[in-house]
Ligand binder design. Structure first.
Ligand code: NAD
Length: 465
């Protein structure tokens, strides 16, 4: 007979949404059980997503910069890559962080259960452990933070040379020819990593530009930077068939590029899907959208009063920082506190080289919504700090309301764009205007000055070149 245990509050999934929820609830005095299928905490983000990719992107940036410093009279010679050592370094960083999370859980007396949870009813879960055993858990409240998984295109063969992002980050080998299907954030970051490691990369993107959700001018700069490192980018192109042979994997394409792409490995990066089916949400009577995302309100409540949901499983944008904020909100509401996730300003960052970052609506979205706007722009070719740091093309763009000058959104392309964006994020949250940004004294010479310069330019306060 299976013994049933009871949790006051159970959190399903230990990624950035789940651990944030579990820790916050524990800090607020609750007894918390945190369930995850992995033996380490941190979810996709820490174990096989954000963190390992950033470690590899750091290596890619160093390789790139070292190869360009020749123009400054300094030469390191051709880099020698020890892929085993690189993989070990990446794995060590991941372990350090997952171990740290384990300590944070122990310190808060959060009980961690390793196993895959699925609903049996709206107050009961079955948890399948690694040895195939089943634990039954009833609960007072539950927070679902079970995340998402890579989408697979239909009809693709099973082949060890066809990778999802997890497999790509395992760094199995550096293919001579790499095809990447999907030029979204994952596709662009993988192109940055593998081109630096020596692969000839071809990116195939269905939409008319890479990073389709981003500002078109910014996407153009990213496209150009990829082409400058010998990547081939086919936009407006669909893969119609894929054939794996002993020699290679061959992709047949139609649209913008009609022809074949022959590769030694293929990364499929065509989006992610909420893991709703894996947790049998339907058995708890939880309402989901047609795309499978769990429906929640601003308090992160599902239609079941005792069940909350946060992060990727609630749909897009599927970003770790959104999940973390929602996780804290769900924990606070579950503990009887007044809290809500009510912002429209979730920043996006592609950690490419240069980085691409944006927050708030793009100009295309403002136009489509009929919102009157103007754009303050500053090209990074005129930034002293950028030139003196070896930076190339970059751009700071800030959309604002013509009457009030209120900031509506921003896009930044350049080294460290993701860091620079935080200032504009705060401006948006505070309802700041162009003048607020222009009158804020920015240190010289810094890249953050590009935010001030863009606004001063729009206000006619900058001495033009
Ligand atoms: P994405 O939605 O960002 O990009 C998928 C891309 O694939 C899109 O550009 C889409 O037009 C294209 N596409 C779809 N079907 C296609 C087809 N048949 N042929 C060619 N192209 C096709 O998804 P992703 O890059 O897979 O990332 C998944 C999720 O993970 C996203 O929500 C992303 O924001 C998130 N993520 C974020 C980061 C970060 O914040 N730095 C990093 C990695 C992933």
């Amino acid at each position: 007979m299976i013994e049933t245990q009871h949790a006051d509050l159970i959190v399903i999934g230990a990624g950035p949404g789940g651990y944030a929820a579990a820790f916050r609830a524990a800090d607020l005095g609750r007894s918390v059980v945190l369930v995850d299928g992995r033996s380490t905490l941190g979810g996709v983000c820490l174990n096989e997503g954000c963190i390992p990719s950033k470690a590899l992107l750091h290596a890619a940036r160093v390789i790139h910069e070292a190869s360009h410093i020749g123009a400054w009279g300094i030469s390191f010679g051709h880099p020698k890559t020890d892929i085993d050592a690189l993989r070990a370094r990446k794995d060590a960083i991941v372990s350090q962080l997952t171990d740290g999370l384990g300590q944070l859980a122990r310190r808060r007396k959060v009980r961690v259960v390793t196993g895959r949870a699925a609903f049996v009813r709206d107050d009961e879960l079955a948890v399948t452990t690694a040895d195939g055993g089943i634990e039954r858990w009833t609960f007072g409240q539950a927070i679902i933070a079970a995340g998402s998984s890579s989408m697979q295109l239909p009809g693709w063969p099973q082949d060890s040379r066809i990778w999802d992002s997890t497999a790509a980050l395992e760094l199995r080998f550096v293919p001579r020819r790499l095809a990447i299907v999907g030029g979204g954030i994952i596709g662009l970051e993988m192109a940055t990593i593998y081109s630096a490691l020596g692969s000839s990369v071809t990116v195939i993107e269905l939409a008319g530009q890479v990073a389709p959700g981003a500002e078109a001018d910014a996407a153009d700069l990213i496209n150009a930077s990829l082409e400058a490192r010998s990547c081939i980018v086919h936009t407006g192109t669909r893969v119609i068939s894929i054939k794996a042979s002993a020699k290679s994997v061959r992709l047949s394409c139609e649209g913008g590029y009609a022809g074949t792409v022959e590769a030694d490995a293929v990364i499929q990066a065509v989006g992610r899907r909420a893991s709703t089916a894996a947790i049998a949400a339907v058995k708890a009577g939880i309402e989901v959208r047609p795309d499978g995302a769990v429906i929640v309100d601003a308090l992160c409540r599902t239609n079941r009063y005792n069940i909350f949901a946060v992060g990727d499983i609630t749909g897009g944008p599927m970003l770790a920082h959104r999940a973390t904020h929602q996780g804290k909100v769900a924990a606070e509401v579950a503990c009887g506190h007044a809290s809500a996730f009510d912002t429209a300003f979730v920043p996006f960052v592609a950690y490419t080289n240069p980085e691409l970052a944006w927050v708030g609506p793009t100009t295309a979205q403002l136009k489509a919504a009929g919102v009157a706007h103007k754009v303050a722009r500053f090209p990074w070719a005129a930034s002293g700090r950028n030139l003196a740091s070896g930076g190339g093309d970059g751009l700071t763009m800030i959309a604002y309301a013509p009457e009030s000058g209120r900031v509506l959104g921003a896009t930044i392309v350049g080294p460290g764009a993701g860091e620079l964006l935080a200032e504009v994020g705060l401006a948006l949250e505070m309802g700041a205007t162009l003048t607020d940004l222009a009158l804020t004294v920015h240190a010289h010479p810094t890249l953050s000055e590009t935010v001030a310069f863009a606004t001063e330019r729009a206000l006619g306060r900058l001495a033009e070149l």
